[in-house]
Design a protein. Structure first.
Length: 77
C-alpha cells in the first residue's frame, strides 16, 4: 500500500489539492501498477512563517521587495 506525504509551503485550494491527489494516484497506478484504492496521500500545508531557507523565513523573503539590483544578482548566479 503506497503512502505518499507531500509538504507544500503556504496554502492550496481544495481543488488544487484534489488535483494533486488525482495526479499522484494516477502516476503510481501507471508506473508501479498499484491499486488506486490502496494509494494514500497526505498533504501538509506549512505556513511560510514556519519554514525557512537560506537563513530567512520564507514569509520574510517573499515580503521583501525585489529591486533591479536583486534581480540582476539572481540572474547572474
Amino acid at each position: 500500500m503506497p503512502f505518499v506525504s507531500i509538504r507544500i509551503s503556504g496554502t492550496a485550494s481544495k481543488d488544487q489539492k484534489a488535483g494533486i491527489v488525482a495526479d499522484v494516484t494516477s502516476s503510481l497506478v501507471a508506473r508501479l501498477g498499484k491499486n488506486p484504492a490502496a494509494v494514500q496521500i497526505v498533504i501538509e500545508e506549512v505556513s511560510t512563517e514556519n519554514y525557512g531557507a537560506g537563513g530567512l523565513l520564507i514569509a520574510d523573503r517573499d515580503a521583501k521587495p525585489v529591486t533591479q539590483e536583486d534581480a540582476h544578482a539572481e540572474s547572474s548566479q
